[in-house]
Design a protein around this ligand. Structure first.
Ligand code: ASP
Length: 441
């Protein structure tokens, strides 16, 4: 068995964190490839090294040199090496890194040094080779991953290496310039490494024990999700369940490699296992999890005999395309159609212009917008097996006295999405949770 382990910034925040990782790896020798993030926050109000490096770059551009922010980065890494009691020339490496940063004057290069330094120290601590992703993770000049090239480069770089530490979050374009993934992108590096070594499992170590069935800020102490499929994960993360970077899913999904989300601070918790396909031994539950997000707008259109009008939807969507606006859902009926749009795209008069243009394009009898809609997705493969799931869902919402503004069941039988007013959001999530996961104690 080969396991690839990615450790996030809270796991690498200090020397104790590095030592904890050492123990986790020591307990299971199948954990052979380790991807690290830059040190994150040690306590509330602390700074992430990545943020300090963004600030260092601004210092460099403004004053010609890195200053206080970079000094803080140096203190963090020096502290980690000291706490570990590691014999490692960190002063030399930091001085060299500072020179390189000041010579390059490139934001991505500066910022990538958090993962680079963390990786170098981790490799020394574990006495395994370090792999710099600059030569193995390939992006284009816009920072878009070149997946196939990366796969062969990583495969070649790791061939014959029984173990390795790889820095997360960055790679380089064909000219050798460092490029970054989006924030939180070490998850993506981990997935790429897992695919390249044909891992049996991608362990993603973080500071929570996996996914919860619902947002704990709304329902205190919700149950954990033991197992979910990649498709359920996609539905839940789309509306805000954000334990794992969503781009991290594709490389491992394609390769059929499961992911386990684990908690560095509670390594014995089972976490959440994410499987390429729904499990052969499905859980009894109709619903796997509930996710939700505010700030959507629903544009509602009505026109008699809409169903017979050729090209109606096409003309509506052409307006969206022209205005470069994307939609989330389009629930429709025979004479009605709704567009659910992220409200951020409709600011500064954009909504009014859109209504006007759609009105002119299809001449509806009615067109109006409902602002401040929250979407709640109720997700689970179990839905298709459990008769009456939607009846239970809508009864629970009705009992809570909530008016549903939009319903979309999708075509996947995996998900029912409802739209409610912002003011009803939390109440609805609680009612749905109680219905499917039982009353809380
Ligand atoms: N260090 C980067 C960030 O803070 C990447 C990561 O942690 O995955 O976003």
């Amino acid at each position: 068995m080969i396991k690839v382990c990615k450790f996030g910034g809270t796991s690498t925040a200090d020397g104790m964190g590095f030592a904890r990782i050492g123990r986790i790896l020591g307990r299971d020798l199948e954990r052979r490839y380790v991807v690290v993030s830059a040190p994150g926050k040690r306590y509330g109000g602390d700074a992430k090294v990545t943020d300090l490096l963004y600030a260092s770059h601004r210092e460099l551009i403004d004053g010609g040199h890195v200053r206080d922010a970079y000094a803080k980065v140096e203190v963090r890494f020096t502290g980690i090496v000291r706490e570990l009691g590691l014999e490692f020339d960190i002063a030399g490496l930091l001085a060299e890194t500072k020179d390189e940063i000041e010579a390059a004057r490139e934001e991505a290069f500066t910022v990538s040094r958090g993962e680079y330094l963390a990786g170098r120290i981790m490799a020394a601590y574990l006495s395994v080779p370090f792999l710099d992703p600059r030569g193995a993770v390939r992006m284009d000049a816009e920072g878009k991953l070149l997946a196939e090239e990366t796969d062969s480069l990583l495969r070649a770089a790791l061939k014959g290496k029984d173990r390795a530490v790889i820095a997360g979050f960055y790679g380089a374009d064909p000219s050798g310039m460092v490029r970054l993934f989006p924030r939180g992108g070490s998850d993506i590096t981990g997935a790429l490494v897992a695919r390249a070594v044909s891992a049996d499992l991608y362990e993603n170590w973080t500071d929570v024990s996996g996914f919860l069935a619902c947002d704990p800020r709304i329902v205190p102490g919700p149950v954990g999700i033991e197992q979910l499929s990649f498709r359920e994960l996609r539905e839940l993360s789309y509306l805000g369940a954000d334990v794992l970077h969503s781009d991290a899913v594709f490389p491992v999904r394609e390769a059929g490699i499961p992911i386990r989300i684990l908690n560095t601070f509670r390594p014995d918790d089972g976490g959440t296992l994410i499987l390429p396909a729904p499990s052969a031994r499905p859980s009894e539950r109709a619903v796997t999890g509930i996710a939700g997000k505010k700030n959507f707008t629903v544009i509602h259109l009505e026109k008699s005999l809409m169903n017979g009008e050729i090209g109606f939807a096409h003309r509506v969507l052409a307006v969206l395309k022209r205005r470069r606006i994307s939609f989330e859902h389009i629930p429709s009926g025979i004479d009605a159609m709704s567009l659910v749009i992220d409200s951020a795209q409709l600011k500064n008069g954009a909504l009014e212009r859109l209504l006007e243009e759609i009105g002119a394009a299809v001449l509806p009898e009615k067109i109006y917008a409902i602002a401040d809609v929250a979407l709640i997705a109720v997700v689970g493969h179990g839905m298709s097996r459990n008769v009456g799931t939607s009846a239970r869902l809508f009864q629970a919402i009705a009992r809570a006295g909530v008016n549903v503004r939009m319903i979309d069941q999708g075509s996947s039988e995996l998900n029912i999405t409802v739209g409610v007013d912002h003011a009803d959001y939390e109440r609805t999530v609680r009612a749905v949770y109680d219905e499917f996961f039982g009353k809380r104690a």
